[in-house]
Design a protein around this ligand. Structure first.
Ligand code: CP
Length: 318
């Protein structure tokens, strides 16, 4: 029987889908962190291992990707497994009109796990219903991107040695940004304070706001970063998701918010600046060399390690 899209993990990853941050408890996050620490040591010592020898991952990307695709493919190889890479489904029989359900059934017969990115909300559910093999959500429209959120959480824990009592500020367009949706659902498990700073036309998705209210998360919304920047522990900058919005809205939002050295100078000394990447103009490159900027450093490196841990956990090998 295919598993429910929101099936809680309850400490058991083997054979399960990873489709939403809502599946995770604090204990599940601890399991991912511990598994990632283990993988990190293996990679540091030996570069690779063969715990997934004989396993095949299908990477089916119906939307462009650099990091997610690259890190899953690299991670699978470092674990000794093989992969079927479709970074552009226009080169698959999807371009001839094959349905998502049929495509999933076909690749499920060649592989042990499917990692899929798709622009439409509901696509993960279709994939889940089409097969019994585990599906990992590598980004679904303006919905969720749970593996991004897991390595963001890992990066925050690495920097602060804790996840409790932090102030996380999200800065930029928020209504179409799936990494924020998934990360705040994980943060909702901890006593944290969240500030959402966005243009009025790019406010947090109302469904996510409702989720936070229902889970008693302390948060505020605003359009001016000045009142919060000096006490942010984590400043998480977002890209305007041009690909998911009408061009009129994009024109309105373009260039409205940019993190620059002047804003960074108002931040605490112990703080981190994050971004899921790709970045366009929302962080001036002059910020990149600041030691607090982790987006091109630990955050991106942790992406591969956390995804390796997830592959090993779901395939029951760690
Ligand atoms: N952060 C992220 O998902 O990047 P890609 O779109 O390049 O995979």
């Amino acid at each position: 029987m295919p598993t429910s899209i929101f099936k809680k993990l309850n400490g058991n990853f083997h054979g399960q889908n990873i489709l939403s941050s809502e599946q995770f408890s604090r204990n599940d996050i601890d399991i991912v962190i511990k598994a990632t620490d283990k993988i990190k040591k293996i990679v540091k010592k030996n570069g690779s291992c063969d715990i997934l020898k004989g396993k095949i991952m299908s990477a089916l990307f119906y939307e462009p990707s650099s990091r997610t695709f690259g890190s899953f493919v690299a991670g699978m190889q470092k674990l000794g497994g093989g992969f079927i890479p479709f970074q552009n489904m226009d080169n698959s029989s999807a371009a001839k009109g094959e349905s998502l359900k049929d495509t999933i059934q076909v690749f499920a017969s060649y592989s042990d796990i499917i990692v899929m990115r798709h622009p439409e909300i509901g696509s993960m559910e279709i994939a889940n219903e089409a097969t019994d093999i585990p599906i990992i959500n590598a980004g679904e429209g303006i919905g969720e991107h749970p593996t991004q959120a897991l390595y963001d959480i890992y990066t925050i824990k690495e920097a602060f040695k804790k996840l409790d009592n932090l102030h996380i500020v999200f800065f930029g367009e928020l209504g179409h940004y799936r990494p924020v949706n998934s990360l705040v659902k994980l943060l909702a498990l901890y006593p944290v304070k969240i500030s959402f700073i966005s243009p009025p036309e790019g406010k947090l998705n109302p469904k996510i706001k409702k989720y936070l209210v229902e889970n008693n998360v302390s948060f505020t919304e605003g359009s001016d970063i000045a009142p919060v920047i000096n006490n942010a522990d984590v400043l998480y900058v977002t890209r305007i998701k041009k690909e998911f919005m009408p061009s009129q809205l994009y024109k309105k939002l373009q260039g409205r918010y940019q993190l620059n050295k002047n804003l960074v100078s108002q931040m605490k000394k112990k703080n981190i600046i994050m971004h899921a990447l790709p970045r366009t103009d929302e962080i001036n490159p002059e910020v990149d060399e600041d030691p607090r900027a982790v987006y091109l450093k630990s955050q991106v490196k942790n992406g591969m390690l956390v995804r390796m841990a997830l592959l090993a956990l779901v395939l029951g090998k760690i």
